[in-house]
Design a protein around this ligand. Structure first.
Ligand SMILES: Cc1cc2nc3c(=O)[nH]c(=O)nc-3n(C[C@H](O)[C@H](O)[C@H](O)COP(=O)(O)OP(=O)(O)OC[C@H]3O[C@@H](n4cnc5c(N)ncnc54)[C@H](O)[C@@H]3O)c2cc1C
Length: 366
């Protein structure tokens, strides 16, 4: 793992915090960085060797994501390219796997977008309104309205969740073939997640673009949830450690009232508390990874890792603001950007429900 971390650190030397600050201001895709990560062979980290991947697995993916954010970057695009193709790996036919997975691992195709959320169906995936209707010739007619869909504008392959007459189904849309049938509108968010609304108004796709049996869509997606939660935890842990590094450096060097601000308990304690939270989240992330790699149920542990890590990052951002004072709000310090990025991960209610019910055995609430 130390080799993976060392390689990412080396790449990140060319893509320092100012690179990401500029992208954030422009709301742009990190093209040269993405290419550098592809050249290093990281796209296929979660794919087995027989499908063109490196077979390095979830612990390596976790290290990659953490190191990017720890260096002041944003791992969203790499996280997506490594993980979203898992839907093809789990639900796809042999022909789909052969057609797409090696291409994703090599970077010949980008698989960056998963379109599930809808305007009237956010957290509740049982209330999907987008539809896929089977046609007499076996093809499917897709009608969808999705919101908060990240990186649609930058992907080749889009995984779309819709309702079918047999329950939730997944479909692949190849933007190279069907891009003109997608209406994509940017949705300005607090951070540069390249998020859009997406309309698909009567797109006909052949049956070979169906991923798995109609009705199995949610099960296929859920098969990847533990890894995705751990990777989300790693984004937060990386963000938290980036913020902590900067806040500690500032606290050690900034003098006010004739003394170093880090001498004051009012500055020290939030940093010590943030450190405690990040270290605890790190251990939970490691435990979740241990279960995933052992092939055991990591649902509860991965949920705890994601909750602890996102809260640790949020508290670290606050502690960093206490160290930096007004300078924390100046974009050149990179604290405010990371603070905004931390907000993206802070919604944990559904995970808390899952922990309450599946881990603590409390009654089902919905
Ligand atoms: C930056 C960003 C990127 C995203 N990218 C994608 C993407 O690429 N693809 C995609 O499909 N989606 C994406 N999403 C959408 C994300 O998955 C949704 O935000 C999420 O599913 C919740 O939907 P909602 O925001 O509509 O909240 P709602 O479902 O409206 O819920 C609002 C709040 O109420 C809480 N809540 C709802 N029901 C309960 C309950 N029973 N008990 C307790 N609390 C409850 C929720 O947790 C939430 O905090 C993205 C979101 C963001 C912010």
């Amino acid at each position: 793992m130390s080799t993976v971390r060392a390689t990412v650190r080396r790449i990140m030397e060319d893509f320092g915090p100012d690179y990401w600050r500029e992208l954030d201001a422009q709301r742009a895709f990190p093209q040269p960085f993405f290419e550098a990560m592809g050249k290093a062979g990281f796209f296929g980290t979660l794919l087995p060797v027989e499908h063109g991947g490196s077979g390095a697995g979830p612990a390596a993916a976790a290290a990659i994501v953490e190191e990017i954010n720890r260096a002041g970057g944003d791992a969203a695009a790499i996280n997506a390219q490594m993980a979203i193709c898992g839907a093809i790996l789990r639900g796809g036919s042999d022909a789909q796997k052969a057609r797409y997975l090696t291409a994703v691992a090599r970077g010949a195709r980008r698989c960056l977008a998963l379109a599930a959320s809808e305007p009237d169906c956010g957290a509740d995936m049982s209330a999907l309104e987008s539809t896929a209707e089977r046609q007499a010739d076996g093809s499917w007619l897709l009608k969808a309205h999705k919101v908060f869909i990240s990186m649609v504008e930058h992907t080749d392959l889009l995984v779309l969740l819709t309702r079918t007459d047999q329950g939730p189904g997944l479909f692949l849309i190849d933007r190279r073939e069907h891009g003109e049938a997608l209406e994509v509108r940017p949705l300005e968010l607090i951070a540069n997640r390249m998020t859009t609304t997406l309309f698909v108004d009567g797109l006909r796709v052949p049956d070979e673009m169906r991923l798995g049996e109609p009705g199995s869509g949610l099960t296929t997606l859920m098969g990847g949830f533990a890894v995705r939660r751990v990777l989300a935890a790693c984004e937060s842990i990386g963000n938290a450690r980036f913020l902590l590094d900067r806040a500690l450096e500032h606290a050690r060097t900034r003098e006010v009232f004739g003394r170093i601000i880090g001498q004051n308990q009012g500055v020290q304690y939030p940093l010590a508390q943030a450190y405690a939270r990040v270290e605890a989240a790190d251990l939970m992330r490691a435990d979740a990874l241990r279960l995933i790699e052992a092939g055991e149920d990591a649902g509860g542990r991965s949920a705890l890792a994601k909750v602890l890590a996102s809260e640790a990052a949020w508290e670290t951002a606050r502690a960093a603001l206490t160290s930096f004072g007004g300078w924390g709000l100046a974009s050149e310090m990179h604290v405010e950007r990371k603070l905004r990025e931390c907000t993206v991960f802070i919604f944990n209610n559904l995970l808390m429900s899952m922990i309450s019910q599946r881990v603590l055995g409390l009654p089902k609430g919905f």
